[in-house]
Write a protein that binds this ligand. Structure first.
Ligand SMILES: [Zn+2]
Length: 574
């Protein structure tokens, strides 16, 4: 019923614009406060937005460090803003004159601070914990007090400023590996769902979880320390002279029991790599398609284990400092020279940690087979798996001998915990949405969200629910891709959720598109992605990010893709 009402309302809204009137289309861009520290900076950004015929700016007003880009008693003004200057106030005032609406963009999850004086320093108990139980620079959104603080902050901004919407971003957890088992989560999760979080962290094997991976099979010189229930290797080591290769035969950054993290730390410590030591995460061109993400995944997992992680490229592989560990994720096709460099590094006392793979290399190259101590690849898997210690792993892997798991019970707990975490995040969205009309009648709530179901699930971001419940007026999936074809592929899921795209506005990752071009040539490439959105009937686009679009390209976009003014799209009220 609601769907039909939306569809009818949208048709009416479009039909209501008579011939000759400007079209209705959201033409938005995100913009960082670093570009708004003085009146001159602000004018430059507004001129650029104006030249492009944008009609909406999503201005970052609450940043990682707890500083704001507007006037309030609740948080300090962003460092470096000119004395007496109010970035948000000025953007609203001058934006209004130019027909540009301004949205207040908040970063909710990360709580990183440079000066050490942000809210997470004042309230260390508000930080989420990582796999090993250490504090991470992320607000624990499962804590009611944290949500109350963020709600107060957002609604206060709305009371003070007539912004077009309160815009959520990073409204999620950093990833599945961050099982926060802080005292508050432990207590509340037990009270509200009956789930014991400690049991789900699996400090000793056996363990069970949802995993996926591209495994290696048939060990030759490698020893299997942990196996899956079907006896395939899960954690293996291959010692070469003085050093060690460690293979995790699945994607541990997505799910990793504490027992495995402990075992990996022990395996590295035996070769001299201790907690806090510098290690490297490889960013190799062989992984180009998803290179940066893979690097970040390897980086994040190694950091969760307690190491100080630096980036290494393939050039670094030839000259890794002696005795260090290098982490590699999804390194499917390892060239011979890379395998040889790694083998030499390991033989001299270093460590190489493979997270998932490298399957192609092992099937094709002797160098990889020798390095890993495996003969061939296994079959890709995804789903529930159990981990059990083997005889060879007995001294290294924490395990409770003879313990059996009630698999169904663990699975049910896991499902409940995931649901609970999603609900905690959704609760902040709901509370802000419910409070917004009281702070300013007609106020809207929007959110930047992950673009695929899998990605959103992996960080417990249940944004389809936010649309269903009417908590968000619209969401903007961050579909930052290089080609129109990639963008096109995302619409199928979005249209399943919202057939008329009344409440889903696609993002266009301008910063990724045709970076080597400028002016009309680059505008044309950006225009191809805008055209995909229009062809699907989207009611606008939001570009990331204003600063990444040079003036010549902005001017060309204003003459071509965004020719003439447009009235900002606003979804129909529920
Ligand atoms: Zn917690």
């Amino acid at each position: 019923m609601r769907r039909l009402a939306i569809a009818v309302a949208v048709l009416c809204a479009c039909a209501a614009a008579p011939a000759g009137e400007p079209p209705v289309e959201l033409r938005g861009a995100w913009t960082h406060p670093t570009s708004w520290k003085t009146r001159a900076d602000a004018d430059r950004m507004l001129d650029r937005a104006d030249a492009m015929h944008l009609n909406a700016l999503f201005m970052l007003v609450y940043y990682y460090g707890g500083q704001v880009a507007y006037r309030t008693d609740l948080a300090p003004m962003l460092e470096g803003v000119a004395d007496g200057f109010d970035p948000l106030g000025y953007a609203l005032e001058t934006g209004r004159k130019r027909g540009i609406e301004v949205h207040a963009w908040f970063v909710n999850g990360p709580g990183r601070t440079r000066k050490g004086q942000g809210p997470l320093e004042q309230h260390p108990e508000w930080a989420a914990l990582d796999l090993m139980g250490r504090r991470i620079d992320w607000f624990d959104l499962c804590q009611p007090e944290v949500r109350a603080y963020q709600r107060r902050l957002m609604l206060d901004c709305l009371k003070r400023y007539p912004v077009a919407s309160l815009h959520f971003d990073y409204i999620r957890f950093p990833g599945r590996q961050a099982i926060c088992a802080c005292p508050v989560c432990r207590r509340r999760c037990r009270e509200e769902t009956g789930v014991d979080l400690d049991a789900l962290r699996f400090t000793a094997l056996p363990a069970i979880g949802e995993v996926d991976g591209n495994p290696l099979a048939e060990p030759t010189t490698a020893r299997t320390l942990v196996r899956f229930e079907n006896d395939e290797p899960a954690l293996a080591v291959n010692d070469l002279l003085k050093g060690r290769v460690v293979l995790l035969n699945w994607k541990p950054h997505r799910w990793c029991p504490v027992a495995i993290a402990t075992a990996v730390r022990r395996l590295l410590a035996e070769r001299g790599v201790k907690e806090g030591n510098r290690v490297f995460a490889l960013d190799h061109p062989a992984n180009e398609d998803r290179r940066w993400q893979r690097y970040q995944e390897a980086q994040g997992w190694a950091a969760a284990l307690g190491y100080t992680v630096k980036r290494a490229t393939d050039e670094h592989l030839a000259a890794l400092p002696a005795g260090v560990a290098v982490f590699m994720e999804g390194f499917y096709d390892m060239p011979d020279d890379a395998a040889d460099h790694l083998a030499r590094h390991v033989e001299a006392g270093g460590v190489a940690v493979f997270m998932d793979g490298p399957v192609f290399a092992v099937n094709r190259r002797d160098s990889a087979r020798r390095l890993l101590g495996f003969r061939r690849s296994g079959k890709y898997f995804k789903g529930r798996k159990e981990l059990h210690v083997t005889e060879a792993g007995a001294d290294l892997v924490p395990a409770e001998a003879g313990r059996t798991l009630d698999l169904e019970a663990v699975r049910a707990d896991w499902t409940q915990w995931t649901r609970w975490r999603k609900d905690q995040i959704s609760d902040l969205v709901r509370r802000v949405a419910e409070g917004a009309p009281g702070a300013r009648p007609g106020a809207r709530v929007t959110a930047a969200v992950f673009r695929t179901q899998e990605a959103a699930d992996s960080v417990h971001q249940d944004w389809p629910r936010w649309l269903r419940e009417g908590w968000c007026d619209y969401v903007i999936p961050m579909s930052y891709v290089e080609t129109p074809e990639e963008l096109d592929a995302h619409f199928a899921w979005w249209k399943q959720l919202d057939p008329s795209l009344a409440r889903i506005i696609p993002a266009v990752g301008a910063f990724k598109i045709a970076k080597d071009l400028e002016g009309e040539a680059r505008a044309a490439e950006i225009g191809k992605q805008v055209a995909v959105c229009r062809r699907h009937g989207a009611h606008g686009v939001c570009l990331f990010v204003l600063k990444a679009i040079d003036d010549a390209t902005a001017e060309a976009l204003g003459r071509t893709v965004f020719r003439g003014k447009a009235t900002p799209y606003r979804p129909p009220a529920e």
